[in-house]
Design a binder for this molecule. Structure first.
Ligand SMILES: [Mg+2]
Length: 238
């Protein structure tokens, strides 16, 4: 554990999910592959769809509706719907198809092997502090066994703009009834997690499982309070 700023009192912990509590890289690769196969197999007119086509549709949607990126699930659903409309499906069939594709997506997206270390660490921390999950993504902790550790889960879209915007950080403090400065936010992303949390007055822990160098990483702007390479190090704060 490295200290960059003095830690203050801690009354609650908030956690990013992806790449903080488990390695998400393989999950995303598999989910993208399975999702594309599902859409291709859904209707003969979609057989030739490429992931680059899908990417272009997403970008077109974002250009037309710049705020859509805050809700990654809805953004994806709309892109699938658009692909189906472009392929000649009726509006009704495209909606039904997009919903089916999203159910398939949700299945693979949350097919996550959570390390035992994460379970053990969260269980110990939860005995001392309320824990909250704050995610920009669409993983559902109730589908991979992490839900019980959290007092509640906040997700970008339904619960506000995505991190680094402060919407969900403020909402967490409000719902916990704890001042922002007594919350330690833990996450792997130096912009959305570390800078976002520090700018709104929280304390921040950067988890650096892939051995990055804080002084070299391009999006490094604000020093976290602490840096850890393994989640289990947090138990030393108890
Ligand atoms: Mg993350």
């Amino acid at each position: 554990m490295r200290f960059y700023r003095p830690l203050g009192q801690i009354a609650a912990l908030t956690f990013d999910l992806d790449d903080t509590l488990y390695d998400n890289r393989q999950v995303i690769r598999r989910t993208e592959k399975e999702s594309l196969e599902f859409v291709r197999g859904y209707h003969p007119a979609l057989q030739a769809l490429e992931s680059s086509d899908f990417h272009q549709l997403r970008q077109a949607l974002r250009q037309a509706e710049p705020e859509i990126y805050h809700d990654v699930t809805e953004w994806r659903r709309r892109a699938v719907e658009l692909a189906m409309l472009n392929a000649g499906l009726s509006a009704r069939d495209a909606t039904i198809g997009a919903n089916a594709a999203m159910a398939n997506f949700a299945h693979w997206r949350s097919a996550i092997d959570v390390p035992q270390e994460t379970h053990d660490t969260l269980a110990k921390l939860a005995e001392k502090w309320p824990l909250v999950a704050i995610t920009n993504g669409n993983a559902q902790p109730e589908l991979f066994g992490l839900n019980d550790y959290f007092t509640f889960v906040l997700r970008a879209g339904p619960d506000g703009r995505s991190k680094p915007f402060s919407d969900m950080y403020h909402l967490a403090a409000e719902r916990l009834n704890v001042p922002l400065e007594q919350i330690l936010h833990v996450g792997d992303d130096l912009t959305t997690d570390v800078a976002g949390a520090i700018r709104c007055g929280m304390q921040a822990c950067w988890i650096n499982p892939f051995d990055g160098d804080l002084m070299q990483i391009a999006d490094s702007r604000l020093l976290p309070h602490i840096e850890i390479s393994r989640l289990a190090s947090l138990t030393t704060l108890i």
